[in-house]
Ligand binder design. Structure first.
Ligand code: HAM
Length: 423
């Protein structure tokens, strides 16, 4: 054993390796296909940004920006942050490049938050998501929300509920916040220990508090949805009716405020009833009609959602869904004891013909190579030994069924493999 110290992935992060990684590949490819079907194209943007993008975007005072962001200085003294979420970067890119609107982009990205790690809560998690900028038509809200719902359906998830609320716009929300503030001021003594001290800084946050004391106080108080203006209400009704028209069920969640400051009007969250309450949010999003302006752009409405890949896979496991999202089986494993280049040529030819092929290395014995072939999960082994070499043939051995063996000429090989693999 070496004395050199070893390293592990940092706390709150994990390595995803095969065969589990095939599920990730399948999930992302399903999302990409669906996003394309809804008219979204892929966006790639840097994993780190000027810290101001997130301070102005998600709000300097938000829990994520103030306590969880990975902020650092680069060698030139620029203050940068690893992205804690995808939306602010997409909107920063939109403001920078002025693409045609509506601008519809999808992404798969790691996101970094210094959280207390636990099941389904990581310091590096991964999100698939979409953002649509340039229209406040309720039809786009319906499209974005239904894309998420259809995606969860395609993953096989059944125990999923859609919670929806409206945050109103700046004016109607601030009138509501004043009202909520007045109400809370007369109930301070009944709030939870944490919020009794700090409630006045951001009264809306109390709606998100899960402690019994705060829940009891706020559920008797004024609800945002009852205080939004006529326009915001009309927008909200159009969204819920549009969802109902295409069979996407939603539940009004008047206490749903979400964690970032950029949200306006429609906000939503998908929860899995198969997961515990600490990690049951499998996706969430909403409108952010002021965000482009906050990042220095022209006024431009926007809406999107992000969904945690780890949580989606946990929810599938918790629902007992076993259908793989992607089968990554090998077609053929090549065993060679001749030591010539024939195996190299054969493998190259078969890969060129579209088969997935692996082979043994290091010129080990036939027995050792067959062991590797058996473990590889390949459907067939192709054996190149001295006997086959002499007569210009190859042996095909079935690794999954009866184990029968058959000799074919090189000329017939591709046709015979195609025939056997399609059985
Ligand atoms: P979010 O609700 O903070 O929203 O995150 C989206 C999803 O990412 C959550 O529903 C959850 O599935 C997953 N997630 C968040 N934090 C963690 C974590 N620490 N570990 C594992 N999974 C996690 C946003 O990030 C917004 N950018 C969504 C959005 C897009 N809003 C508008 N457009």
């Amino acid at each position: 054993m070496s004395d050199t110290p070893t390293f592990s992935a940092p706390i709150g992060t994990r390595d995803v390796i095969g065969p589990e990684s095939a599920q990730w590949e399948g999930l992302v490819s399903l999302f990409a296909t669906l996003a394309h079907r809804y008219g979204f194209s892929l966006i790639l943007s840097p994993l780190f940004e000027d810290v101001g993008v997130f301070h102005r975007g998600i709000g300097e005072e938000s829990e994520v920006a103030s306590k969880e962001m990975y902020v650092f200085e680069d060698r030139s003294g620029r203050r940068l942050a690893l992205r804690p979420e995808g939306t602010a970067s997409v909107v920063r890119a939109f403001v920078q490049h002025h693409p045609l609107t509506p601008f519809k982009a999808w992404y798969i990205t790691p996101a970094f938050r210094y959280e207390r790690p636990q099941a389904g809560r990581y310091r590096q998690h991964h999100q698939v998501g979409v953002e649509a900028l340039g229209t406040d038509d309720p039809a786009v809200d319906v499209e974005v929300i239904s894309l998420a719902a259809r995606f969860y359906g395609a993953l096989g998830l059944r125990r999923v509920r859609l919670l929806i609320n409206s945050m109103g716009h700046d004016e109607c929300r601030s009138a509501y916040v004043n009202r909520l503030g007045e109400y809370l001021a007369s109930h301070v003594a009944d709030l939870c220990d944490e919020h009794r001290e700090v409630w006045s800084k951001n009264p809306l946050r109390l709606l998100d508090c899960k402690k019994d004391a705060c829940v009891a106080v706020t559920s008797e108080g004024p609800m945002l949805i009852d205080h939004v203006c006529e326009d915001c209400r009309t927008h909200f009704v159009a969204v819920t009716e549009g969802l109902a028209a295409i069979g996407v069920e939603s539940e009004l969640a008047p206490r749903l405020v979400r964690g970032f400051d950029y949200y306006t009007r429609t906000t939503f969250e998908f929860v899995s009833d198969a997961l515990g309450t600490a990690q049951n949010a499998i996706g969430g999003g909403g409108r952010y009609d002021k965000l482009a302006e906050q990042l220095g752009g022209d006024p431009t409405s926007g809406i999107g959602f992000g969904s945690g890949v780890e949580r989606l896979l946990l929810a599938r496991a918790a629902e007992g869904i076993e259908t793989p999202l992607l089968e990554r089986g090998l077609d053929v494993f090549v065993v060679d004891t001749t030591g010539h280049d024939r195996a190299t040529v054969l493998v190259d030819t078969l890969r060129g013909a579209g088969f997935s092929v692996d082979r043994a290395y290091d010129q080990r014995s036939m027995k050792a190579q067959m062991k590797v072939a058996d473990r590889s999960g390949a459907a067939l082994a192709l054996i190149l030994g001295p006997r086959e070499d002499e007569v210009g043939e190859i042996s095909i051995r079935d690794l999954r069924g009866e184990g029968g063996q058959q000799n074919v000429t090189l000329t017939d090989l591709v046709a015979e493999l195609t025939r056997r693999l399609s059985q």
